[in-house]
Design a protein around this ligand. Structure first.
Ligand code: SR1
Ligand code: MG
Length: 397
């Protein structure tokens, strides 16, 4: 990492100019840093005609905490390589990486400025019908084509090694699976739900289920995951969606990606009751979000099943009974991970605006309690829930 330095606007401009023909000769470039995420610097570099690219640089620490939380800059490589692999199998819904520099831990990528972050849109009550269909397709294709159904044993092991991501996995292992179930100083618990959090710390049966989900996260390298597929990692416009931000990628359980997004739809479903103007708007938006959850699972399951039956390379894994059982287990895993995401986004370090933006403290507390309860039910009932419809019946009306 000898040449590494933390970029300022000029560095970002030079980097973008050097590694792209897009701006042409004698362009007047400008750059602004506008990242508001937890970990990195993000610059927009534009020319005077409005053409622009994004430069993302990994800092050697977590931006949201500072130098006291060191973090490997290798996450930039992971992000660029995951997105390039995913783009091979689903280019239409994956952000395009134009260049990656390992020494500077910097990525040059397309600017999605004609798009909006899905979370921001959902919080405003906007409804894009195509999200679940397109992301269901993204999940089915990226997860299937990086799995044992397709890769040979040696190729799969090489891929697992390529995406070993210890620092970022450690964040998830702690924030997702451990902190919410003990009185950890990193937790961020609003005063009015402290008793709800205490119940989590004392619930040994629930903790046993979360332990099983964590153990699978640690030791079930089924496919190359995005690793942090929440509604802030998806850009949307009137026709299309694109996935960004794959720095948490690694080989893990397929249900983790599917469940993360399902949970973020559920968080918006709950939060919108305290965000939208009137009951009619809330009911209409909740109907939309419920439908998105249904479609997400249905599209993923249909396409993944079809890929398993038509394109599996391993002769034993072509067994249709095995494939059916495999998908059933992915479903149970997804519901379990969705439950963990609901809980950790409510009492853990990293919250979501869908709940935090609810301005009445009383109402926010009641919604947060619903989120924890829903998470608990997802985790504890995941093996006995037989369909996505049964899962959605658990959402409060
Ligand atoms: C310190 S990082 C906190 C959270 O932000 C990321 O988007 C991941 O979700 C992580 O858990
Ligand atoms: Mg992120």
């Amino acid at each position: 990492m000898t040449d590494y330095r933390i970029f300022n606007n000029d560095d970002a401009m030079r980097f973008a100019d050097k590694h792209s023909e897009l701006f042409g000769d004698h362009s007047k470039l400008s750059a602004e840093e506008f990242g508001d995420g937890n970990l990195n610097l993000v610059f927009r570099v534009s020319n005077d005609k409005g053409t622009s690219l994004i430069v993302k640089q990994a800092l050697p620490y977590a931006r949201c905490v500072g130098e006291s939380w060191p973090l490997s800059t290798d996450r930039a490589r992971i992000e660029a390589e995951v997105l390039r692999v995913h783009a091979r199998f689903c280019p239409e819904h994956t952000v395009e990486i134009r260049h990656f520099d390992a020494e500077l831990s910097a990525i040059l990528m397309e600017d999605l400025k004609q798009y909006t972050i899905l979370r921001t849109a959902l919080i405003k009550g906007k409804q894009y019908e195509h999200v679940a269909t397109q992301i269901g397709h993204y999940l089915a294709h990226t997860l299937f084509y990086t799995s044992d159904f397709v890769l040979t044993g040696p190729a799969k092991k090489a891929a697992v090694a390529q995406f070993i991501n210890p620092d970022l996995c450690q964040i998830t292992e702690d924030l997702f699976f451990t902190d919410p179930y003990c009185n950890h100083e990193r937790n961020n618990i609003h005063d009015l739900i402290i008793s709800t959090a205490r119940e989590l710390w004392q619930d040994e049966a629930l903790q046993a289920e979360v332990a099983a989900l964590k153990a699978d996260f640690l030791s079930k390298p089924q496919a190359l995951l995005h690793g942090d597929l929440h509604s802030g990692s998806i850009f949307v416009n009137a026709e299309n969606c694109k996935v960004i931000d794959a720095e948490f990628g690694f080989y893990g359980p397929i249900g983790f990606d599917v469940g993360s997004l399902l949970a973020n739809f559920c968080l918006n479903y709950l939060g919108c009751a305290g965000l939208l103007a009137d009951t009619e708007a809330v009911t209409e938006h909740q109907t939309y979000v419920r439908q998105q959850c249904l479609t997400l699972w249905q599209v993923f399951a249909e396409q993944f099943s079809q890929l398993m039956s038509q394109d599996s390379q391993d002769p034993m894994l072509r067994n249709s009974l095995y494939q059916k059982q495999f998908l059933q287990q992915v479903f149970a895993d997804a519901i379990g991970y969705a439950g963990c995401e609901l809980i950790r986004r409510t009492v853990g370090l990293a919250h979501v605006a869908d709940l935090d933006k609810v301005s009445s403290e009383q109402q926010r507390a009641s919604i947060e309690k619903q989120a924890v309860e829903l998470g608990r039910r997802f985790i504890t009932q995941r093996q006995s829930l037989n369909s996505i419809e049964q899962v959605l019946d658990l959402l409060p009306l």
